[in-house]
Ligand binder design. Structure first.
Ligand code: NAD
Ligand code: GLY
Length: 360
């Protein structure tokens, strides 16, 4: 088992990564504050894994609230339903909330935990690759607003993260690929060796070789934990974790939440960021092609949707948390393994990237 630590002083917490962790009471129980536990899951994940989790919590008062499945339900109405479930019990301030599911469940549960009675403890049990390598770590919690993704939220750290790799066996191939987009992101922004490792091991990952998955999750979480420890509230370096996200969020919102998976939109967005970096003279055409090839090997889309025109992209990209004084700031590449944030790109070159339908 790998055990990493997110170093945030007295709010530090462990990330456990291994197969078969779900029913491991010894890992979870030390992080349960009081006697009450509220597990939030969804209609897909709960039938698969809720019983094993609840069994490991015997002796406690365990309640569950099951959400509909989908990005389109990561909204204020569904959040209100969680508050209603907590108040119906009623749950007190020592209640521990557990998010059992992918990034949607994790983000909305974390935000509910941040708000309920001004904050109750919560635990992340991520069950998608994307959630195990990214969303469960670092304390970003949120719901979407029709005008923009993740626009309503809070920074609120979990007490621990338990990534049970066995849960990935029930994930479909498309979702596995979506998670690989965020894995590739770490290689692109700060870890050239990891990028090269991914080029060699992508087939093993897609075949769900447990050793390869454990290694990819560990190295991704290591990268994320280092960045979060350095810049928890995204005053600086943490913004690099948004490579591809400004383009990607525009694709997700523009195409209707749930039509493009978050990871798919990020993948194409990362290639658009690479394309703009190339047009700006920062990286070579060969680097763009190398990135595109790895994304394709991971089963990810590399062509932006034809439905969005330049003006629509720009309107959507302006609803982004990195926007400052109305100027869109983008994460761009100096090289594979080295990213930077800039608002100093040529607006005409951005328009060329947005107009381009074939990036590699
Ligand atoms: P998701 O939560 O929608 O899960 C994807 C699908 O897989 C869903 O249908 C889900 O029910 C199903 N599923 C989950 N676990 C399963 C399992 N073990 N077996 C079978 N099916 C399973 O999507 P996601 O890709 O996990 O997360 C995307 C969300 O995460 C987006 O809302 C995104 O904004 C957010 N996100 C947040 C952060 C952060 O730092 N907080 C980072 C990245 C992404
Ligand atoms: N997923 C981006 C971040 O956590 O900062």
């Amino acid at each position: 088992m790998s055990m990493l630590n997110v170093d945030l002083g007295d709010r530090s917490y462990p990330i456990h990564i291994a197969e078969g962790l779900l029913g491991n009471a010894d890992l979870i129980r030390p992080f349960i504050a009081g006697q009450q536990v509220m597990v939030i899951s969804n209609e897909t994940v709960a039938p698969l894994y809720l019983d094993a989790l609840v069994d490991s919590l015997s002796g406690l008062q365990v309640y569950s609230h099951i959400l509909p499945d989908g990005e389109e339900y990561k909204n204020l109405d569904v959040l209100d339903g969680i508050f209603d479930a907590l108040l119906r019990v009623p749950c007190d301030r020592q209640t521990t909330m557990i998010a059992l599911g992918g990034g949607v469940v994790g983000d909305i549960t974390g935000f509910a935990a941040a708000c309920y009675q001004r904050g109750v403890p919560f635990i992340q049990i991520p069950t998608t690759l994307l959630a195990q390598v990214d969303s469960s770590v670092g304390g970003k919690t949120a719901v979407n607003h029709p005008r923009g993704k993740n626009m309503i939220g809070a920074f609120y750290q979990p007490r621990c993260v338990i990534a049970d790799i066995s849960t990935l066996n029930t994930l479909d191939d498309r979702q596995l690929s979506a998670g690989l987009a965020e894995v590739i992101k770490y290689g692109l922004i700060r870890d050239l060796d990891f990028f090269a490792w991914l080029e060699k091991n992508m087939d093993r990952l897609r075949q769900r070789d447990p050793l390869a998955l454990a290694e990819a999750i560990r190295r991704s979480c290591e990268n994320k934990a280092e960045v979060v420890a350095e810049d928890e509230l995204e005053g600086g370096v943490r913004a690099l974790l948004n490579l591809g996200h400004t383009f990607g969020h525009a694709i997700e919102a523009g195409m209707g939440y749930g039509n493009w998976l978050h990871g798919e939109a990020v993948a194409t967005g990362m290639l658009m960021a690479a394309d703009l970096s190339y047009r700006s003279g920062w990286i070579s055409r060969e680097a763009v092609q190398r990135i595109g090839k790895l994304l394709q090997q991971a089963g990810l889309p590399v062509e932006p949707p034809a439905e969005l025109d330049i003006e629509r992209y720009l309107r959507l990209m302006k609803v982004d948390k990195k926007v400052m004084d109305g100027r869109i700031r983008l994460v761009l590449l100096k090289a594979i393994g080295s990213a930077f944030v800039s608002d100093d790109y040529d607006a005409d070159l951005l328009r060329q990237t947005l107009a381009c339908r074939t990036l590699i």
